[in-house]
Write a protein that binds this ligand. Structure first.
Ligand code: 5GP
Ligand code: MG
Length: 181
């Protein structure tokens, strides 16, 4: 069972490809070529974006994964917790967080605070999508792919109940109420 996908594509495969290349170029311009950038991919939604982004980058890099989850009961914002930690220390290393989407900002804020406390040399964030109208806490994002309105989006790694991550484009789910998690 799944909810009907909107017939209108929000971002096509070509549009995403072009924007990811631009983000890679911007990130390359800000980072040294003689020091590996440590890329921290926020699971699960960011894995498709990260796979394309790192292959478009020229900066030498190392990679790790982290998983942050929130348990929402529908009435409160939900408690954010660390589900899978990094495999290695980031102390003294230049770090780039790769996120799929910033909605209220709570998840990214938690992640940035967590990593900043570990004393990286630098900490920057790239987000494929952001919903500025939904922001509840302030977060700094150095590189933003696309701004979206107050829609629930899927595809290109983003899911709804673990479905639709494999779509090459990004689309919205057709329904009147936005699902919360
Ligand atoms: P936050 O509200 O903390 O910024 O976002 C929390 C998480 O909600 C995101 O990491 C993502 O997993 C999920 N989320 C928020 N908006 C959307 C959306 O439009 N589509 C999908 N697939 N997930 C979303
Ligand atoms: Mg996420």
């Amino acid at each position: 069972m799944g909810l009907p996908l909107s017939k209108t594509t929000l971002f096509t495969e070509d549009q995403i490809h072009k924007r990811v290349s631009e983000l890679a170029r911007d990130i390359d311009a800000d980072h040294r070529i003689d020091e590996p950038l440590h890329v921290v991919v926020a699971l699960k939604g960011s894995f498709v974006f990260a796979a394309d982004l790192i292959r478009a980058m020229r900066t030498p890099l190392t990679l790790d994964f982290i998983a942050i989850g929130s348990y929402a009961d529908g009435t409160t914002a939900g408690e954010i917790q660390l589900q899978k930690d990094l495999d290695s220390s980031i102390e003294g290393r230049p770090v780039l967080i790769v996120e799929d989407i910033v909605d209220t900002g709570r998840t990214l804020r938690y992640l940035q605070d967590l990593l900043r406390a570990r004393s990286p040399k630098s900490l920057r964030t790239v987000c494929l999508t952001t919903k500025p109208s939904r922001r509840a806490v302030e977060v700094t994002v150095e590189y933003v792919g696309f701004e979206v309105g107050d829609h629930f989006i899927v595809g290109y790694g983003l899911d709804h109940g673990e479905r639709y991550r494999h779509l090459a484009h990004i689309t919205t789910i057709e329904e009147t109420r936005e699902p919360r998690r």
